[in-house]
Design a protein around this ligand. Structure first.
Ligand code: GGG
Length: 359
């Protein structure tokens, strides 16, 4: 009997999101084909994003979350286009899904791949590997604040942007990160805040971290200020294993990590609803890159690696490992897109990964 396919909602959205999600879908379909019918993927594509906004005045359908609710996972591209203010496109689509489906844990691995020159230029670059865990539901992305509209245009405008840190929110992401740290060769968790300056929410975070750490005596811990952690990413990356930080800090640090690995185009991510009440969402970390969109030269590796995280989420661990190996084989063979100094097109990189799946 043929098993039920995994039902995936694809939202390519804007710019290079279109090309890289097509690449990831092609790779996953090849993974399914190689399984000889053991499993399959059924894709449903949603046309949401900035073009949809131009036509409908909203980034996604009003009942969008209801349309997505029963899928096994969401595969997302990128959001953002010059015709729509960035805060409208981000809140109208990506954050609407992350927050609407309580995807409170965003996991962003930083992988150093063979064949890529890292700006770190360390002899043993390819051994470097760490995971950034981003709090994905509150913190600096709580959406709290306002603008003093009355004074707009007169030079006296005031805006307030508040962060929200709850004990429940801090504790669940810190425990989530500890649980990941426990599974790794190096059992270490670095907690990142700016609690010397942010004296309420981030001190709460630090206090929760100290309390929760007592339940994980087997995991080495450190608390590091975000500026010092940025320096550590560059100067002592071999000391990192799992790094947990608030929504904004982890977003910035994970971009730094992938840039150090060679390009933002390499970075994969998963937005988990760990309770599995709602679908989780898998997406490359990068944005829509309007400057190169539609030219077929974008780097699909971040999107393909995110599809690998989705395989793991479905329990297809061997397939996920094989895909990670195929990605390494592709870069080691020098099939590199332009952001990595090569000349391979999006399709050529994708096809190389598919070929290496079989070898
Ligand atoms: N694929 C990720 C994406 O589209 N990101 C767009 C973006 O601007 N993100 C900012 C954020 O989520 O903090």
């Amino acid at each position: 009997m043929t098993p039920q396919p995994f039902r995936i909602a694809a939202i390519p959205a804007d710019g290079i999101g279109q090309e890289v999600t097509a690449a990831g879908q092609k790779v996953l379909d090849a993974v399914a084909k190689n399984s000889d019918g053991a499993f399959a993927f059924e894709w449903t594509e949603f046309p949401w994003g900035s073009d949809y906004y131009a036509e409908h005045g909203v980034m996604m359908a009003d009942d969008g979350l209801d349309q997505l609710r029963d899928f096994d996972a969401i595969y997302f591209g990128a959001v953002g286009w010059p015709s729509v203010p960035d805060h409208i496109s981000l809140w109208g689509l990506r954050l609407a899904i992350c927050q609407g489906f309580d995807q409170w844990a965003n996991v962003r691995p930083v992988h150093f791949l063979p064949g890529i020159t890292s700006p770190l230029r360390k002899a043993d670059d390819t051994k470097l590997e760490w995971i950034v865990v981003r709090e994905n539901s509150e913190g600096e992305y709580a959406g709290l604040g306002g603008r003093n509209l009355g004074a707009r245009g007169h030079g006296g405008e005031v805006a307030v942007q508040s962060s929200l840190f709850t004990e429940v929110g801090c504790e669940r992401i810190i425990r989530f990160a500890f649980d990941i740290a426990r599974t790794r060769d190096r059992r270490k968790l670095s907690s990142v805040t700016k609690s010397n300056a942010q004296q309420y929410g981030m001190v709460l975070w630090d206090d929760v971290f100290k309390r929760v750490a007592k339940d994980y005596p087997d995991v080495e811990t450190e608390s590091v200020l975000v500026d010092a952690m940025a320096a550590k990413f560059v100067l002592k990356p071999e000391e990192l294993s799992v790094v947990v930080a608030s929504n904004l800090n982890a977003d910035i640090l994970s971009d730094l990590g992938s840039a150090l690995a060679g390009s933002l185009g390499l970075a994969s991510s998963a937005n988990y609803n760990p309770e599995r009440r709602f679908p989780s969402m898998f997406e490359p970390v990068h944005g829509s890159a309007p400057d190169i969109a539609g030219q077929g030269i974008s780097n699909p590796i971040g999107a393909i690696a995110s599809a690998g995280l989705m395989l793991e989420h479905f329990g297809l661990t061997a397939e996920a490992e094989n895909l990670a190996r195929a990605i390494r084989a592709t870069t080691a063979a020098g099939v590199l897109p332009r952001d990595l100094g090569g000349s391979a097109t999006t399709d050529e990189v994708t096809d190389a990964v598919i070929e290496f799946l079989k070898i």
